[in-house]
Structures are given as C-alpha cells and as structure tokens.
Design a protein around this ligand. Sequence first.
Ligand SMILES: *[C@@H]1O[C@H](CO)[C@@H](O)[C@H](O)[C@H]1NC(C)=O
Length: 299
Amino acid sequence: MHNAHCPSPCSNFETTEMLTRRRLLAQLLLVTLYGALVSSEHLLEPGYSISTVLDFNKPLPSAGLDVSGIIPFALHPLTRSPNLLLLLDSSNSAFYSLDLPLSQESHIRLLSGNGTTGFSDGDAISTMFKRPRSFAVDYNDNVYVADRITHVIRKINGHSGVTTTIAGGYTQKEGHTDGSAQNATFSADFDLLFMHKMCSLLICDRGNRMIRQMDLKPEDCEEKPQSSKGLGAIPVSVIAAVALLCGLGLGFIARPFVTSSSTTGSLREPLHTPLTESNPNNSDETSTDALLRHQKRSC
Ligand SMILES: *[C@@H]1O[C@H](CO)[C@@H](O)[C@H](O)[C@H]1NC(C)=O
C-alpha cells in the first residue's frame, strides 16, 4: 500500500508485495480458524416441539377445488378474519385462505389466482399472477402483491376478492421511476410491508437498492368496519363544533359545502383528517381543512 505512493525506493516493491501477500494469507488462516471455532458453538435450548398440522402431500378435503398441487410458500394472518390464514403458493401463482385452527381437515378456499401464470385482473378465478413471492396485508385484509416478474403491484380486495393493479400498470417494465403509481417502475425483486402508522406500503426494492413508499388510500388504513357515511361523521362533527363556536349562522353556510364534498365519493376526499395527522405527506390539503381554516379566520 505504502509503496504505491513512494516515488524513489520502489525497487524493493516486489519483496514488499510478497510480504503483504504472506501477511494476508496468515490473516485469512486466522479468520478461517476463528470462524470454525465460533460456528462450532451451539446453544441448544430445550422445551420446544414441532408437529405437522397440514400436509399437502396427503389427501385433503377439496370441496370442488383442486388442492392436490398446492406448494405452500408463505403464510400471513388476517386482521379482519382472525379465523383465517392466508397462504401463498408462489409456484402455482395463487392465494388461498385456510381455516384456523389448522388441521388436515382445514377448509381451503381460493382467494385469488387461477393457477395459470400470467397477468390478468378480476375475480378469484380470472386473476393470474406471475409467481409472486412477497405480499403485505392491511387492516382490512386487502392483500398487496409484489408481482415482481411483471414489475407491478396488485391488490386483492379483502371485501370483494377482486384483484386490481395499483402500481406499474401502464409501464410493466423494470426501472426505478417514482411518481404516479400506475406510471412507476420497479425492479424484478422487491418486497412489500404495510405500514399502518404511515398508511402506506414500504417497497423494499432490492433490485434497485432502494426503499420506496407508496401512499395508500385512507380507507385501506381504517381499523374498524365503517361505511363511507360513518367516515364522514368525524369531520362533520368537527365542523359542527367549529360552527357552534363561530355562531349558528356560519354552520348553515358550511352545511351545503359538507354535503357536496361527501357525496362525490372520491377517495381523495377529506374524510380522513384525523387519521393523517401523523402522515408526513399531507401536501394535498383537503377541502374540509380549507373550509375549517376559512371558518376559523372568519371567527
Ligand atoms: C402515465 O402513462 C399514461 C399511459 O402511457 C399516460 O397517458 C399518462 O400521461 C402518464 N401519466 C403521467 C403522470 O406520467
């Protein structure tokens, strides 16, 4: 190393290099020896036991569904349906739900994926995935699938069971473009994590060596079953309180605005204000916020 910089005494370069090589060899030997010593230490903690609760090599009650070829790849619990377990069969590009507790008699239902490898959205048996390996589940049991080979993110709606493409739908190619989700691109190797606190999916984009974030819709992060009208109740009550403070007259003025904003049905609508307090991405100010501020100013 030192020799590389010296201008004059480089005549003994070769011998120094040989010395360095010998030192390296010795160090390598030491590291190997140390590694061998360390890896031979096993702390065997007793007290656990293992049993097979579901064996796909044995006959299973099929109920019209061909379950003989299932190769379990990954499992995930469901929040809304705590008595079900989600199973991904990556090789056969299909998601199943299993009844809990697991047994050889556990009911197996197809959640999505007709077993053919491909890219097609729709209901459980129209949908095709391309051997996905990673998925995330939100509090409404919506399943977000990292369909890595197609470079898209799919969503299996936990309520309707319909599968849609939520990211990369236009592009369907490899890349690392951010922005509008349908125009975004992903590598061929990425993982998903549902982050309730941020109401988002974190994309561990291995292929691009990046962690990326996809903001979800507020409804995906609602913990309790609520109708769209139930959601609307929160800001309306807030507005009512503000209106009371400001005087009844303003309340009457605000009413038509509130009614019109909650009937549009747009998912970017204001009705999630209390949920997104901690969300750093609050760039799009909702109309209710604007309305509230407007009222406060006029107080
Ligand atoms: C996304 O892609 C579509 C189809 O190529 C195009 O029409 C649209 O303008 C793109 N949107 C953005 C924001 O780039």
